[in-house]
Each structure stands twice: as C-alpha cells, then as structure tokens.
Ligand binder design. Structure first.
Ligand code: GN1
Ligand code: MG
Length: 350
C-alpha cells in the first residue's frame, strides 16, 4: 500500500517520505487513513464509488455551499476535500478513487461524556444549516437518491424481506415485526414532506462528524460533507438525537443499557435552537422529536435490510453484525417512544 499512498501524494503535489499511515475514525462507507508526511498530516480516503455513484454531484453541492459561505464567518471550519495538482477531485490509483483532506487537530469521539459536548455539537450542526439559509435548494443535487426517504427505505426493507435467502431466527423475526409496526412513522413522514420546507442539511450529523478542540471547549470543524443536499430540518436534529442522546454507541451490544439520556437530549435541543431558533417555523420545531425516532427507525431499517440482502452495503466484521446494529437502533427507538412525554416536556421548556 505504501507505494499507492506515495503515488496519491504525488498527484496532490505533496510528495515526500510518508512517516506513518494508520486507519482512522469509525466511518462505515469510505476507508479513512491518517497520513504523517514529513512535517505535515493529511486525511486520506479511499472513496466508495458504489455508495456514491455521482461524485460530481457532491462537488457541485460543495461548490454552491462554498460560494454562498464566502465572506461569512463561521464558528468552526468546514473541511473540504483538496484538489490534486491538476485540479481533479480524486487521485485514481489501482482502479480506486482516493482523495486527500487537510488534517484538523482535535478530538473525534463516538460518544459524548457531557451535556456541554452535546450542546456544542448541536449548535455547530444547527449553525451549518443556518449558514446555508439563502441557498436555493433547487441549485443542489440529490447525492444519493431517496437517502432519508422513510417511505422508500420501508419499501426496500419489505422487498429485501420477500427476496432474502436468509433463514430468519426467532429474534430476527421479532425485530422484523417490530419495524413493520412502525408504519405510523411513515405516515407522519409523509405529512411533513407535504408541510415542511426543504433546507440545505448535512444529513450525517452523527457525533463523530464534528471535531472538538482539545479540552472540548469548542468545535474545531464539521466534517463529512458528502451528503450535504436538500433535506428536512428533523434529519439533522434526529441524527444528533440518535448518536448523542443514546446512552450507548451505535455499535454497542449492551442491550440493557440502551436508553435515552434526557439531559443530553435537552442540551441538544438548546444547542440546535441557539443556532437556528428564530429561523425555524413552528411546524419545523414541532417536527424535531419526530426526527429522533425517524432517524433511529431509518437506520435500523437500513441495517436490517442490509442483513437481509446479505450485507452488501455496510462492511461487517461477523455475520450478525448488521442484525445487531439494527437491534441497537430498535432499542433506541423503543426508548425514545417510551419517553415521548418527557421529551415533550423538554420541548416546552426549551
Ligand atoms: C454511514 O460512512 P459513515 O459512517 O459516515 C451512512 C450514514 C449512517 C451511518 C451510520 C452514505 O455513514 O447514513 O448514518 O453510516 N452513510 C451513507 O453510522 O450511507
Ligand atoms: Mg458519512
């Protein structure tokens, strides 16, 4: 691999001895590495072209966003991919597409340990949506079609169920039945589709897509901008709820410990509203709690669908991995539904 990495750095005009390369972060889709090259550090990604078949759309969206943000001051950096020395978006080596990012120092975590951290993350992601107000969403492309369309994800799940070759064990059947009972969420989703405005959303606002400053006093950067495209406000709040207010990480198998931390939930809401409050309509504000449930549901559905399809989308480390991921999301969804009353109290207070 070393020579591959050398070739890529040459393409980026950054040739030099690579001191050290290691796998970096916990993203599922692209393979990410930290490169220590002489005195400089970079993030290098092996870009997943089967998940993102239209990389030009990503580039176009980021160009529109970048242009809009010119001259605006944000509280954090937005980390964009670098261009090669010839101005290309990728370096193609061995039939793979690689791209390089500047390395941003700080802390990238999979689980917050304080309400203050929750607040900061929500304020940053909310700040991103806020900064993009004024962009005409028609100028942006849909990077992955129907990415957060709950109706579509349900249909894909039902199809996978019909076509699967997997013999479902009792627990898997139970999980399938659990998700089938969530059709009410689809009805609500359709209602919001008809009533809410599209905004420019990040669409992957999980906690490891911000980089905190060392010491966690502020956010240095919002990263992973591949899925920036038109979306509803509750997507971005919802993925924060999913990954921040949950007492366990997405990868946890500690089923009994999966619950909602209401203090962190309240901090998320405060942070999001601090960034965006005056810009949201009443209906958008009311949709935020739905976002937590909807994002836990859609992610559970996507993991379970992939399990039924034979694990073709998410990399797995053992056969039941996607089943376990789906189970984790189902338990979170249950916990959110059990705490609806507490959450609506928090909504009133905030
Ligand atoms: C994927 O690659 P990563 O980890 O940033 C997925 C997100 C999911 C996430 C679940 C393009 O994101 O939608 O929320 O896994 N991205 C894509 O952890 O499918
Ligand atoms: Mg991502």
């Amino acid at each position: 691999m070393e020579s591959v990495f050398d070739d890529i750095l040459v393409d980026y005009g950054q040739q030099g001895v690579i001191a050290n390369i290691k796998r970096y972060g916990s993203g599922h889709i692209h393979q990410t590495y930290l490169i220590d090259s002489n005195s400089k550090q970079f993030i290098l990604q092996n870009f997943n072209t089967s998940v993102f078949p239209f990389p030009d759309r990503i580039a176009k969206n980021l160009k529109v966003v970048n242009k809009h943000l010119e001259g605006k001051i944000l509280d954090f950096n937005l980390v964009l991919p670098m261009k090669t020395a010839k101005g290309a978006l990728f370096s193609s080596v061995d039939q793979s597409a690689y791209r390089l990012f500047p390395f941003i120092a700080g802390e990238c975590i999979d689980k917050v340990s304080s309400s203050e951290q929750a607040y900061l993350a929500a304020k940053a992601f909310g700040g991103f949506v806020k900064a993009c107000i004024g962009i005409n969403t028609n100028d942006l492309e849909e990077v992955i079609e129907g990415f957060h369309n709950l109706s579509l994800r349900f249909r894909q799940f039902e199809n996978a169920l019909k076509e699967t070759n997997i013999e479902l064990h009792a627990e898997a059947q139970e999980l399938v039945a659990f998700f089938q009972r969530q059709v009410l969420l689809v009805r609500k989703y359709k209602h919001y589709e008809e009533t809410l405005p599209l905004r420019v959303t990040h669409n992957d606002t999980k906690i490891n897509n911000v980089i905190y400053d060392k010491g966690f006093a502020k956010i240095n950067a919002v990263i992973d901008l591949d899925t920036v495209m038109p979306g509803y406000i509750f997507y971005d709040f919802g993925d924060l709820v999913r990954t921040v207010s949950c007492t366990e990480e997405e990868a946890s198998l500690d089923w009994d410990k999966i619950d909602v931390d209401l203090d962190k939930y309240a901090s998320l809401l405060k942070g999001f509203v601090a960034a965006l409050g005056n810009d949201l309509s009443e209906e958008e504000k009311n949709s935020l709690p739905f976002g937590g449930e909807m994002m836990a549901c859609i992610m559970g559905l996507r993991f379970l669908t992939d399990y039924l399809n034979g694990n073709i989308y998410y990399p797995i480390e053992y056969p039941e991995h996607n089943f376990h991921r789906a189970k984790n999301q189902a338990l979170l969804l249950k916990a959110l539904q059990n705490k609806r009353e507490d959450i609506s109290e928090i909504m009133k207070e905030v």
